[in-house]
Write a protein that binds this ligand. Sequence first.
Ligand SMILES: [Zn+2]
Length: 308
Amino acid sequence: MNKLTSTVLALAAAVGTAAAGSIDGKIADSEFQPLLVDQVEAAPLYTLQCNVVLKPDGFYVRHGVDQIFGLVKEFYGDIGVDVDFRFYLNENDLPIALPASFNIVELGIDEIADRIIKPEREKLQFILENASAQALDYKEKLDELRKGEGYSKVTEDFYLEVVATYEDLAVMSKSKLDALDSELDSYYLFRLGEAHLGDNSVFLLNPLSVSLSELTDKLSEMLSNLGYENDSRPESYYVKSGADTVAHEIAHLLGLGHTFDDPNIDDYVSEGLPNLMSYRSVDPAAKYGFDITDRQKRQIVDYFKRLD
Ligand SMILES: [Zn+2]
């Protein structure tokens, strides 16, 4: 058994009072409510298996796997979802993701370009080529229609609309392609995770996974401008940020979208407490640092009901 696995086997136990209580010094022991057995039994309990591969020297190991993943487990436990984290050393050892079973992989900075940007580029190129070809195709049909005997205004309008739609799509994918290179920089710096709905997998991209010396000069300059060099934020900030990222990406796979795409959900659940599905920084003083609304909780429960 490796160190990571044994650390994590202690997880279930760690989600009790001791570890969670020590995550944030601001939560007095008397205020801290461990996951109560009756609460869980009262709520419908769904199980979610998450198979995790972390970098041995990455963000999550550095800031405490049992603290970060323990916090995520406790957060979902409050909703009635028992997340069963299983840790693996290599991606090759991961089981095939099934319904209610997700794979979570922490990527190093060098892997982001290859694993995320490259497929995205290929996808956009495919869309661009297809949309351009279709637009041309329908332009020819339009020409034939206008020249031919069976002219109809309705068909002409339809073809015009199809051409316009494909041309818009081509323009859109072209501009996204052009933006991909600069997007790589933003991935390094700001993207924390990525959920892939199709294959039930999550990539963790915490830019703080790497030390400044591993980054290019340009990126380390940007990071130090952002104040990462002399970082004085409390450790609980990192634990909760890590938990926020993991819980956020899992929530995507469970069907939750971003707050900024949903006019019904605010970026904050209450004063200063950011919604998990916003891009707001965690509040280190709050129990989890983030929360979700009752409506979002019901959405998550609905995910499991659909599986039944
Ligand atoms: Zn997201």
